[in-house]
Design a binder for this molecule. Structure first.
Ligand SMILES: NC(=O)c1ccc[n+]([C@@H]2O[C@H](COP(=O)([O-])OP(=O)(O)OC[C@H]3O[C@@H](n4cnc5c(N)ncnc54)[C@H](OP(=O)(O)O)[C@@H]3O)[C@@H](O)[C@H]2O)c1
Length: 270
């Protein structure tokens, strides 16, 4: 079989970077897309690597990066829609601009990249779209309403599009990571505030700062992305380093679940 090609968005750090390294190590061609290619830390001499500029909110950069990847490697076999960030803070403190930027990146951008890659996959009647959602696409935690809205949306659109794409030979996968140690909770997150929530928000920030250092590394998620892309199955959802919350959320009655989350927030911020 000829060398297969994966295109990954947001490959400059975290889960995207780890995924790019995992596919490279497995002998794939990798189109590693990122907003600032000058800052990448890959071995630029690899014949299997193309580092391409792509901002998922900029249609022209999506068009030129996907075109460059196809010119360089012939076709895109797997698309990993990974680029994203979290807008955190109380819903009442979100500006419309912040909310739109969150939706433009995590949702509209994901759709735009997918739309640029699908014609090539349809023409060849094969391909896999891997969407990086989150356990936060299945359950909501405090002070992340906008982020959850985007990840619930990614779950819903993935579940719907897989029916449309089945007849074209294209499979859809959703990866649901738990909290992972990346720039996600640190530099990448955008914070909104509101005075009425200042005390609880301070606890939330203490908790998230502490949490980050203890989390699993993104390589755990990269291995799951690779499995989803290559297992040949029609399975849709893949939890990744998800911890106990998905099971608890499924099993506990809502009143108990709510108490557990509030208890954990208080405990981890003391
Ligand atoms: N870490 C977690 O706990 C966790 C859990 C569940 C799901 N996830 C999801 O995993 C994905 C990757 O996040 P991460 O944890 O690896 O965080 P990260 O280290 O902050 O990586 C996020 C990546 O997305 C890129 N990005 C952000 N906005 C972009 C845009 N407009 N266009 C193109 N790229 C953009 C960033 O690029 P720059 O370097 O240019 O900023 C970076 O490469 C996200 O979709 C996130 O929601 C993360």
């Amino acid at each position: 079989m000829s060398t297969r090609t994966v295109l990954i968005t947001g490959a400059s750090s975290g889960i995207g970077e780890a995924t790019a390294r995992h596919f490279l190590a497995a002998g794939w061609n990798v189109a590693a897309c990122m907003r600032s290619p000058a800052r990448h830390s890959f071995d630029a001499d690899s014949a299997h690597l193309a580092v391409l500029r792509m901002d998922v909110t900029d249609e022209a950069s999506i068009a030129s990066a996907t075109e460059a990847a196809m010119q360089r490697f012939g076709a895109i076999d797997v698309l990993v829609n990974n680029a994203g960030y979290a807008l955190l803070g109380p819903l009442e403190g979100l500006s419309a601009t912040q909310l739109r930027r969150q939706l433009e990146t995590n949702l509209v951008g994901l759709v735009a990249v997918t739309q640029h890659v699908l014609p090539g996959m349809r023409a060849r009647r094969t391909g896999v779209i891997v969407n990086i959602a989150s356990i936060g696409g299945r359950m909501g935690f405090p002070f992340a309403a906008a982020y959850h809205a985007t990840k619930f949306a990614v779950e819903g659109l993935s579940e719907s599009m897989r029916f449309e794409l089945q007849a074209h030979g294209i499979r859809v996968k959703v990866i649901e990571p738990g909290p992972i140690r990346t720039n996600f909770l640190g530099g990448s997150a955008e914070w909104a505030g509101h005075e009425a929530y200042a005390v609880e928000m301070a606890k939330f920030r203490t908790m998230s700062d502490r949490l980050n250092a203890t989390l699993p590394t993104p390589g755990r998620v990269a291995a799951v992305v690779f499995r989803a892309a290559t297992d040949g199955s029609d399975r849709l959802r893949y939890p990744a380093a998800a911890g106990p919350f998905p099971l608890l959320h499924r099993l506990l009655p809502d009143a108990l679940w709510r108490r557990l989350i509030m208890h954990e927030l208080a405990r981890r911020s003391r």
